[in-house]
Design a binder for this molecule. Structure first.
Ligand code: BGC
Length: 733
């Protein structure tokens, strides 16, 4: 590779080198206000290294032909897209994917996405998003794996492996792009694109591990984030992009900016376009997305000695290396195969995998009196709510090539799985929201949120009548597609008033209300938790939504998903996460003056991290340890016996947490260090054993040294972060 690229670069002019650093979009699928003009002409001039937002073999072939046939050096382009949770066949949103706690399913979903994306000419995906998020106001919490650094890292690795396969040269592999580097999920006040300010120790301990895990899994590229890190925008932050990413971590791939992030450094107060472009290049940014700051200013900066040929060469080399690793110099048309486009996309097999993944992602938040599963033997069900007879919102955020017309609505799924013995009645009941200003913000695409021709009160009346004629109500409510994702921060994270009014009217009928909840973030659900008989959180399940939901509602699959984000009682508790530090005045049951608490709400979340019910019941024994006194690099085993004492076979995610009560720095009250997903028949019991080594006891001290400190450790195993069995060990050097 090195010789090949050196030989090629010797032939390249400085303009051609700068051209490789330019990523453009034609506007097929964009998130910003700017698109690039004159793309065809610029390709011919060698001014473009890659295109994003363009897919379909015919489109990609045409563009690649220009680069390969009509440029001086015939250098192929890379083709990227926001393939975030599936390409055509849409899987659950990433937050939903994470609640499966099933790395095999997650890797498979990424692999299927890569297979479909390559079948349409793509070779690069802007995923995984690994930003830790602990603020549910931030709409992009839906795009990540939640609040835990270790779990986030495991999932990041699985996704990279799924996308890139055994070799990026494979016809069905794409290059992953780890984003958004770094700390984007910690935007102040949960407001999109906002300032981030964080101590180094928190950064290293809680926010950086998933990026590092994705790198260790071999990710080929990174994307810089929009926010500042230590008051310098990530896109021009040398400490971040060079000292940390390349020198400390050894990253060998290339870094692309986020959408116009180079240009946006001007608004951050870093100078004009020429200045910020030079700053970004010198910081270690290799490719400029959309803004063309590199293309339009780097040559001038070179002539003014503000950047060097070596700076440009380094970035150019990294981009060319990526193309080499993808096998594009061997075959620029590698994944441009119309036959595959016909046969590998939206197959029954892919849809089946999406359905199974969706079923595994659902989290049963409440199930009073075992109201679920629903019976198929007879009776009637009222399926009510603005998301019940709906296809578009099944897919969730970031579904650029997703075809919502092909998704399965909840009503369709229920009718299909219920069979002929059950009468299914339907009413819409309410709009997503009656607030027209809010609605306008949500409605940026065809078929999105709108007002029904009927008046809200009439819709509710009709729904109540439908409910009166049925035995049980399934209320399909929550957030529509555009209520989470990019630029979708909310300051109120409850179910919109129009839908809450519907739920209240339904509850008054006295019929049991089962809520099927759509959401791209944790919501505040106190009223729902008090008044609904059951709540099944389905996030945004994707193409097979209705089928997956019906399979779970009727008990063909017993839900086993567990939360990866804490659900607050009130938006005022945010940020709220399980692995927080202790205070000097810890809260202890109930409101007490001069303790760390609130006057008006408890400290406890509504649903803790790791929480999720089953139709069955799992009983945990005490934790049995192999030893209670250990030394050095010994391995400790911790075992619990889990018994299925309920009446359904099912899966349980057994979770291991460790706390380190005394150390040189204040440590989190507990930290997730392992999990195992087990399957238990009715009455069956299994021993679940975790091996623990000092590796899992390590943390960053105040010198940012990663090591463990001897002393006492509390080993905790349980069904969620708040319900564990504990045992103590002494571990000395
Ligand atoms: C988003 C990125 C995305 C990019 C390209 C940006 O606005 O922050 O996540 O990959 O657009 O669409």
């Amino acid at each position: 590779m090195n010789t090949f690229i050196s030989t090629l670069m010797k032939k390249m002019t400085i303009d051609e080198k700068i051209g490789q650093l330019n990523l453009v979009t034609g506007g097929m699928a964009i998130t910003g206000s700017v698109t690039n003009n004159g793309i065809d002409d610029n390709i011919k001039k060698g001014n473009i290294g890659g295109i994003f937002g363009l897919y379909g073999t015919a489109n990609v072939r045409k563009a690649q032909d220009e680069a390969v046939k009509n440029t001086r050096l015939h250098i192929p382009m890379i083709f990227g897209l926001d393939v975030i949770h599936g390409h055509r066949t849409i899987f659950p949103i990433p937050l939903g994917m994470s609640t499966t706690w099933d790395l095999g399913l997650i890797e498979q979903a990424a692999h299927i996405a890569a297979k479909e994306a390559t079948a349409e000419g793509l070779n690069w995906v802007f995923s995984p998003m690994v930003d830790i998020a602990r603020d549910a106001r931030w709409g992009r919490i839906s795009e990540g794996s939640g609040e835990d650094p270790w779990l986030g890292g495991q999932i990041a690795g699985a996704m990279v492996r799924g996308y890139q396969g055994t070799s990026m040269k494979n016809a069905d592999a794409v290059m992953a792009c780890v984003k958004h580097f770094a700390l984007y999920g910690a935007a102040e006040a949960g407001r999109e694109y906002n300032t981030v300010d964080m101590s180094r120790i928190k950064m290293y301990q809680d926010y950086l591990p998933p990026y590092k895990a994705a790198l260790d899994a071999g990710a080929g590229s990174f994307m810089s984030s929009f926010n500042v890190v230590d008051n310098v925008p990530a896109t021009g932050n040398k400490w971040l992009l060079t000292d940390l990413l390349r020198k400390q971590w050894g990253f060998k791939g290339f870094v692309v900016s986020d959408y116009t992030a180079v240009n946006e450094m001007t608004n951050h107060g870093m100078g004009d376009l020429q200045t910020v472009s030079a700053l970004a290049l010198k910081a270690g940014l290799d490719m400029d997305m959309v803004g063309e700051g590199f293309l339009s200013t780097l040559k001038k900066s070179l002539s003014e000695n503000k950047v060097t040929v070596a700076d440009i060469d380094l970035a150019c080399r990294r981009v060319l290396e990526a193309k080499y690793k993808l096998g594009l110099f061997d075959n620029p048309y590698k994944s441009i195969d119309p036959a595959r486009e016909q046969k590998d996309v939206m197959t029954d097999e892919n849809r089946k995998a999406a359905r199974i993944t969706a079923e595994h992602s659902f989290v049963l938040l409440k199930n009073a009196n075992q109201i679920l599963p629903l019976k198929k033997s007879g009776g009637s069900i009222a399926v009510i709510g603005p998301l019940a007879d709906n296809k578009r919102d099944m897919l969730g955020t970031w579904v650029i090539a997703g075809e919502w017309e092909k998704s399965v609505s909840v009503l369709e799924g229920i009718k299909h799985v219920a069979g002929n013995n059950v009468q299914v009645n339907y009413s819409k009941g309410s709009n997503i929201t009656d607030d027209t200003t809010f609605m306008k913000r949500l409605n940026f695409g065809p078929g999105m949120v709108g007002l029904d021709a009927k008046a809200p009160a009439d819709m509710i009346d009709e729904a109540v009548k439908t409910a009166a004629n049925s035995d049980i109500i399934v209320a399909v409510v929550g957030e529509s597609q555009s209520m989470s994702g990019e630029s979708s921060s909310r300051s109120d994270i409850s179910i919109p008033e129009s839908q809450r009014n519907l739920l209240k009217a339904l509850a008054k009928t006295g019929k049991p209300v089962v809520i099927v909840l759509f959401n791209g973030r944790p919501l505040t659900l106190n009223w729902e938790n008090e008044n609904a008989a059951a709540i099944l959180d389905v996030w945004a399940p994707g193409t097979e939504a209705g089928n997956a939901i019906a399979e779970v509602l009727f008990g063909n699959y017993n839900p086993a998903g567990k939360l990866t984000t804490t659900f607050p009682r009130s938006v005022g508790q945010i940020p709220i996460y399980y692995n927080h530090l202790n205070t000097g005045r810890p809260y202890s049951n109930g409101p007490t003056k001069f303790k760390s608490n609130y006057l008006d709400v408890s400290n406890d979340p509504l649903y803790p991290f790791g929480y999720g019910l089953s139709y069955s019941k799992f009983t945990y024994s005490n934790v049995k340890l192999s030893k209670t006194n250990l030394k050095g690099n010994e391995t400790l085993t911790a075992t619990v016996t889990v018994t299925n004492t309920g009446s359904y076979a099912g899966e349980e995610v057994v979770q291991l947490y460790i706390s380190d009560p005394v150390a040189s720095v204040s440590r989190a009250v507990k930290e997730l260090k392992g999990f195992k997903k087990i399957n238990l028949q009715v009455g069956e019991k299994k021993d679940v054993t975790f091996n623990i080594t000092p590796q899992q006891l390590k943390f960053y001290n105040s010198q940012l040294k990663y090591d463990w400190e001897p002393g006492e450790f509390v080993i905790q195993v349980g069904t969620n972060s708040a319900e564990t069995k504990t045992a103590k060990v002494q571990w000395m050097r």
